[in-house]
Every structure is written in structure tokens, then in C-alpha cells.
Write a protein that binds this ligand. Structure first.
Ligand code: UD1
Ligand code: MG
Length: 455
């Protein structure tokens, strides 16, 4: 069966008070509309058409060129919106899914179930519905005495009896494409020139075409309209991701304060401690401990590593490392296996070989350290600034030792097994096995305090 989808995203009332189109706001790490696309993709629907409005540029850029777009210049209702897909639907057959772009909680399995139910009967349309406690704002499902669906009545056009109906339209449909093409042009204008898609149900029903409903969990057609909805949808999606990760053998101690993107991979028996955010394709190994209070973005962590109170972006931490607490890794950092990075350390654009130890309060920038290097506390390995960035400004050979409160000024090269004495500023290259020591001579002025002029 030929199948396609039309996603309506051309109209919003800007309750979000945002400069962005509503569907571009993020829930659980992705724009709202990207969740809709992902659900359609996973349900195997390749042909997708998005109806967009005046703030369309970013929506188009986000969804890419694999989907089609049509502009609805004036939002005259959901039927009018579907009508903008006329060329897309032209001469198509099979099934067409129609849904809103602001329903990120729809599950791919549910779309698949809708398509399956549709293909097993001779349906003109199937509508996703649910019984809800408070039906306000939804179209009500109108049935005849035998229980057959005959129409969907919108809130503002419903009489008191219809308003009391608690079975509502979820706004997600599967249509017979040829029948949709035939009936979409027959919808008559309502007040203020509005053309509601829901009228095709009544039109089809009057034509004697079978129209039916598929009951789903109302959470799945939850619409994100304001910032409160955004927070709620994020929590629900995040919880689904965490449940999936936990099912794979990962412990998450506090799901309420843990946020993980759905493209993150975490190995079994890893423990995630509270206050941790793991974003953008991170890969975490087995038996790791991540957190508390850590943010990992584009980061790889090998098996058996510990990452505590760390901000890491574009970093690769090999197996059996201990990172943190209070560490920042950024702009391309590689830490070899068995590495220890102590507290209050910032490493930028640098590579550290296996078995390196970096003690507390160290800053390393644009440096390459060999294997087994020890950097004692309060050391600075930096480009003195101002100069144009070169590759590998600082090089430290295998098994070298840099004593505390030293400073290596780029460009400089320490050959292997070299030593830097505490408190030394290294401005020249140090050969293999050498000790670099440079301290100004200490002067002691006896009884100086007794003769201070200000006393
Ligand atoms: C719609 C249904 C209602 C259903 C509810 C479920 C109609 C007439 N009503 O209500 O029965 O219970 O969804 O949530 O369809 N849109 C456009 N162009 C327009 C108008 C809307 O693209 O001219 C898009 C919106 O961006 C939105 C979607 O269509 O994503 C639905 O519009 P919305 O106003 O949210 O639907 P309701 O009228 O609340
Ligand atoms: Mg509306």
C-alpha cells in the first residue's frame, strides 16, 4: 500500500512568546517537529509533507531535504492546510496520515497500529480518539444510535449535549488518499472563512463510506501550546528515554534530575548519578559511573571510567579513567586509558596518552602529552595568548614530570623522561632525561617588619 503523511505546522497563537516557530522549540533535546518526523520515519513513512507558515526557514533547515514542504500563507483552518498539499497528493493512492506538528509524544508504534487497522478494513478514514475527563478544546466524536462515527463537532460549534461528550478527536488520522482528494475540496467555509479538516468525516459518512476510530492513550496526542506544556512533554519524553536505557541494564539513581538524549548509548552496569545531562550522540561504556552534576556533550567514555562533576564537550575519555570532581574538558580532548584528572582542572584542545595523572588546579591548552606524564598541582600549560594558533604548541614526552606551580609557555617541547622542578617557568625546549629548574633567588630581609615606614 502506498503511504504518505501530511504534518500541519503552519499556524500558532504564539503563547510561547518566542522569536522561533513553536515547532522549533526543543523538548528533550530535539525540536518538537523533529520528534514527529522521527515517529513517522520509524513507522516507515518515507513520503512526508510539512505544511509551514511564515516562520518556515528554520523548520525547513531542521527537517532537511528528504521531506516536502508547502507554504500556507493565510491559516484558514486544518482543511485549508491539507489543501496546500494538493500537488503532493495528486494522483496518489493508498493511505495518507494527517497529523499536527506540535504533538511530539506520538509513538511510532501507534502510527503503525493506525496503518495496520486501516489496511485491514475498507476504510475511508480512521481517526485516533480517546475518552478524556476534560474534553474542553477538542472536537467531539459524534456517533449515531448504532455507534457509527458520523461527524466530528468542534467545541465552538457544539450544543450543550455535544459538549458533554467525552470521546474526543486526537487530530491524527489515516485517510484513503483518493477519498481525501475527493472530499477535501468539498468542505464548506465556516465562520471567519475557516475550513476545518474534520468536516471530511461527515462528508465521507454521508457518502456511505466507512469511517471509524482507533482508541489511543490521550497522552500521545498531547499538544504543546505553552511553556508549561513544553516542560511536561520534555519530562515525559525524557522518562521514556531513561526507561529504555534502564531496560538495557543501566542504573539511573534519580530520573527526575537526569536528562539524556535519545541518541546516547550507555553500556550495562553503568550508574548515572543525580543531576546529570548526557547529550548529542555520547557513547558511554560499561561499568562506568557518571555524575553527580555532570554534563556530557559529544563525549566518548570507555569502560570502567568515573566522571564526576564534570562539563565535557567534544572529548574522548578512554577506559578506566577517573575524571573529576570539578573538571572541564572542551574543544577536542583525548584522555588515554587509566588517566586521572583531579579536581579543578580545565583541559582544552589537548591529547593525553595513557596513564597520565593531572593533579588539581591545572590548566592545559593546545598540548600533547605522551604516556605516563604527571602534571602536579597548579601547573599551567598554555599558549601565552595573542599569537596565531599552531598545532601542538606544547609537547611533553613520555614519563615526564612537571612539578607544581610550574608554567610551560608555548611553543615548547619537553623530551621524554624530563623533569620540571616546582615553580619553574619553561620557555625553552628540555632535552631527554634533563631537569629544568628556574626560580629567582630568595632574599630574606632580617627585621624588616620592625622598620616598616607605615608603623
Ligand atoms: C484540532 C481538531 C480537533 C481536535 C484537535 C486535537 C480541527 C478543525 N480540529 O483542533 O477536532 O480535537 O485538533 O488536538 O482540525 N494548522 C495549520 N493551518 C491552519 C490551522 C491549523 O497548519 O490554518 C495546524 C496547526 O499548526 C496545528 C494543527 O494544524 O499544528 C491543528 O491546529 P489546532 O488549532 O491546534 O487544532 P484545533 O483547532 O485545536
Ligand atoms: Mg484551532
Amino acid at each position: 500500500m502506498e503511504q504518505c503523511a501530511i504534518v500541519l505546522a503552519a499556524w500558532e497563537d504564539n503563547q510561547m512568546c518566542s522569536a522561533e516557530a513553536k515547532v522549533m522549540l526543543e523538548v528533550a533535546g530535539k525540536p518538537i517537529v523533529t520528534w514527529v518526523k522521527k515517529a513517522l520515519d520509524q513507522a516507515g513513512i518515507i513520503d512526508q509533507m510539512y505544511i509551514v507558515g511564515h516562520r518556515q526557514e528554520k523548520v525547513r533547515a531542521e527537517l532537511g531535504e528528504t521531506v516536502a514542504f508547502a507554504l500556507q500563507e493565510v491559516p484558514l483552518g486544518t482543511g485549508h492546510a491539507v489543501n496546500q498539499a494538493e500537488m503532493f497528493l495528486y494522483e496518489r493512492t493508498g493511505a495518507t496520515i494527517v497529523m499536527a506538528g506540535d504533538t511530539p509524544l506520538i509513538r511510532p508504534e501507534t502510527i503503525t497500529r493506525l496503518l495496520e487497522s486501516f489496511s485491514t478494513g475498507n476504510w475511508g478514514a480512521l481517526v485516533m480518539t480517546a475518552e478524556v475527563e476534560n474534553p474542553v478544546g477538542y472536537g467531539r466524536i459524534l456517533r449515531d444510535k448504532t455507534g457509527r462515527l458520523i461527524a466530528i463537532v468542534e467545541e465552538d460549534e457544539a450544543d450543550a449535549k455535544t459538549r458533554a461528550i467525552t470521546e474526543v478527536n486526537g487530530g491524527i488520522y489515516c485517510f484513503d488518499t483518493e477519498l481525501l482528494n475527493q472530499t477535501i475540496v468539498q468542505i464548506e467555509e465556516h465562520a471567519a472563512g475557516r475550513i476545518p479538516l474534520t468536516d471530511v468525516i461527515e462528508i465521507m459518512s454521508q457518502m456511505g463510506v466507512a469511517v471509524g476510530t482507533l482508541e489511543i492513550d490521550p497522552q500521545e496526542f498531547f499538544k504543546v501550546n505553552n511553556r508549561q506544556d513544553l516542560a511536561l512533554a520534555s519530562q515525559i519524553l525524557n522518562r521514556r528515554i531513561l526507561d529504555c536505557i534502564m531496560a538495557g541494564g543501566v542504573s539511573i539513581l534519580d530520573p527526575d534530575t537526569t536528562w539524556i538524549d535519545d541518541d546516547v548509548t550507555i553500556g550495562r552496569d553503568t550508574v548515572i548519578l543525580p543531576g546529570t545531562t548526557i547529550r548529542n550522540s555520547c557513547v558511554i561504556g560499561q561499568r562506568c559511573q557518571i555524575g553527580p552534576a555532570s554534563t556530557l556533550d559529544f563525549t566518548f567514555v570507555g569502560d570502567d571510567s568515573t566522571v564526576s562533576r564534570t562539563e565535557s564537550s567534544q572529548a574522548s575519555i578512554d577506559k578506566n579513567c577517573q575524571i573529576g570532581p570539578w573538571v572541564r574538558l572542551q574543544q577536542g580532548v583525548e584522555i588515554g586509558e587509566n588517566g586521572v584528572i583531579d579536581s579543578f582542572v580545565e583541559i582544552t584542545d589537548s591529547r593525553l596518552g595513557a596513564n597520565c595523572q593531572v593533579h588539581s588546579q591545572v590548566v592545559i591548552s593546545q598540548a600533547t602529552l605522551g604516556k605516563g606524564v604527571t602534571v602536579d598541582s597548579q601547573v599551567t600549560l598554555v599558549n601565552a595568548g595573542g599569537r596565531e594558533r599552531k598545532q601542538e604548541e606544547i609537547f611533553v614526552g613520555n614519563h615526564s614530570f612537571i612539578g607544581s606551580q610550574s608554567c610551560l609557555m608555548a611553543p615548547v617541547r619537553l623530551d621524554k623522561n624530563s623533569y620540571v622542578a616546582a615553580g619553574t617557568t619553561v620557555t625553552r625546549n628540555v632535552p631527554r632525561n634533563a631537569l629544568a629548574i628556574g626560580r629567582t633567588e630568595l632574599e630574606i630581609k632580617e627585621n624588616w617588619a620592625l622598620h616598616r615606614s607605615d608603623i
